[in-house]
Design a protein around this ligand. Structure first.
Ligand code: HEC
Length: 109
């Protein structure tokens, strides 16, 4: 009985901690997602772009703009041109949390 109450308390605490971390964008997790999804190959290791003429610089943009663009690529409301067609595929692999975290990372947050 006491054991069950103890576990119920632990799970409730874990849930609270999880939902708190979802609300605040996590730049560290964003860096992991950015690297894992291969974004750095075009947008540079920190969003500075490997070639600004071909790939947009991300680090000078607002985090909210980054998230909006990724959502638009994911939904198809924005369609990438040229090398940018990859953005529609890349964005589909990202969750809402990934987008918020990546935006925090590339904008230095
Ligand atoms: C193969 C190169 C390439 C890769 C890899 C890539 N991108 Fe892009 N990205 C582009 C290009 C090119 C554009 C411009 C698209 C267009 O409008 O045609 C773009 C556009 C964007 C934009 C909109 C920027 C703006 O100023 O409008 C964001 C945000 C973005 N990419 C984030 C990412 C993220 C996050 C990843 C990894 C999940 C990623 N990109 C992977 C080439 C790439």
């Amino acid at each position: 009985m006491l054991r069950n109450i103890f576990f119920a308390l632990i799970s409730a605490t874990a849930l609270t901690l999880t939902s708190t971390s979802v609300l605040a964008a996590d730049a560290g997790a964003g860096k992991d997602a950015y690297v894992k999804n291969g974004c750095a190959a075009c947008h540079g290791s920190e969003g500075q772009s490997v070639n600004p003429k071909m790939f947009p610089v991300l680090k000078d943009k607002d985090a909210s703009f980054i998230v909006e663009q990724l959502q638009a690529f994911k939904s198809g409301a924005r369609v990438g041109k040229g090398a940018g067609v990859i953005m529609n595929t890349k964005a589909k692999a990202l969750s809402d949390d990934d987008m918020a975290n990546i935006a925090a990372f590339v904008t230095g947050g």
